[in-house]
Design a protein around this ligand. Structure first.
Ligand code: UT7
Length: 319
């Protein structure tokens, strides 16, 4: 049987850092409140002339370098994003051009903060079906472009960045299984419904969030999908070496770990330094833990995503 194996990871963070102290100057908030309620201390923000595809490009290059691969060895690009450079062409096609690749398939995938898990699941299917051998899967988001910096309920949470993995066909176990879900009944609790309409923006161009509703649903759905996926693959949760969750709020990570009976020592957390980077958060955290040596070959790793839609999912991977 052919598996899809993660053979390299990469990431990119813009240079500009927005601290809680900076936010104190912008809205009625405090460093203490933000750390206490979210665990976030700082987040990175794209430069004015920087785009989602630029960040994706840097993350992709760092993954390609780690894999010692040339861009033209990639036969499919999937970019998970909710903040594309343009309506069309897709950010994936713009990235393809920046990488100098000529004719491979390149698609965007939009599942908000669950985007990377959806993209990885899709890539896994392409490899298992034999349609692709080397896939570049990127999560990249410029959330600062759609955050209202006068809304203290949301602007403290989000940051910008990109993460990437290269998924390769292999005879050795890699992705052991994925599970993705969505429930559109909850679509109004987390939205950014602004869109182009006859030359104007119709709807709200900024993120709206019912924080408490998202919080509760996130813990419940991440717990359920993680238990279900592990059980369907026949893996005991205690066997998992690392959990790499979507970095939304440290309290969501702690509550979910507790519900799963997992120690926080096994949970990779970057939320303090990155904030919530939407589709980039899981591959960014993964890259940090691979590069600092915590995640090693042979480890069993659970990736978890949750976000607008309402959408959620998980992937279980043998490194
Ligand atoms: O990818 C998924 C995306 N989103 C998430 O995962 C976010 C999920 N939700 C959350 O992380 C939390 O709900 C928040 C961090 C957004 C809010 O934390 P909370 O503990 O749920 O606070 P709350 O909304 O219940 O608000 C408590 C109080 C309110 O004041 P009153 O009404 O009690 O006087 C808010 O107005 O905290 C106030 N508040 C703030 N105070 C200082 C809300 N935001 C702030 C702020 N600074 N930034």
């Amino acid at each position: 049987m052919k598996y899809a194996k993660i053979v390299a990871t990469g990431s990119y963070l813009p240079t500009k850092i927005l601290t809680n102290k900076d936010l104190e100057e912008m809205v009625d908030t405090s460093d203490e409140w933000i750390i206490d309620r979210t665990g976030i201390r700082e987040r990175h923000i794209v430069a004015e002339n920087e785009t989602t595809s630029d960040m994706a490009y840097h993350a992709a290059l760092s993954a390609l370098n780690q894999a010692n691969m040339q861009p033209d060895e990639i036969d499919l690009i999937i970019v998970a994003t909710s903040t594309p450079d343009s309506v069309f062409p897709s950010t994936a096609c713009i990235l393809q051009n920046k990488l100098g690749i000529k004719t491979n398939g390149s698609i965007d995938l939009q599942a908000a903060c669950t985007g990377f898990i959806y993209a990885l699941t899709t890539a896994d299917c392409f490899i298992k079906s034999g349609m692709a051998k080397n896939i570049l899967v990127v999560g990249s988001d410029s959330m600062s472009r759609i955050v209202d910096y006068s809304d203290r309920g949301t602007c403290i949470l989000f940051g910008d960045g990109a993460g990437a993995v290269i998924l390769q066909a292999s005879d050795e176990p890699g992705v052991l299984g994925n599970e993705i879900h969505a429930d559109g009944n909850y679509n109004s609790i987390l939205t950014c419904d602004g869109h182009l309409y006859n030359g104007e923006i119709k709807g709200n161009p900024f993120v709206y969030m019912d924080g408490q509703a998202v919080f509760k649903l996130a813990v419940r759905s991440l717990t359920a999908v993680s238990k279900n996926l592990a059980e369907s693959i026949g893996v005991d949760l205690a066997q998992i070496n690392w959990i790499v969750p979507h970095q939304a709020n440290i309290r969501i990570l702690e509550s979910t770990a507790k519900m799963l009976g997992c120690s926080m020592d096994k949970v990779i957390t970057t939320v303090d330094k990155h904030g919530n980077t939407s589709a980039a958060s899981v591959p960014l955290a993964l890259d940090v833990a691979v590069r600092d040596g915590r995640i090693k070959a042979g480890d069993l790793v659970l990736l978890q995503g949750v976000g607008a839609g309402f959408s959620w999912g998980a992937s279980l991977i043998r490194f």
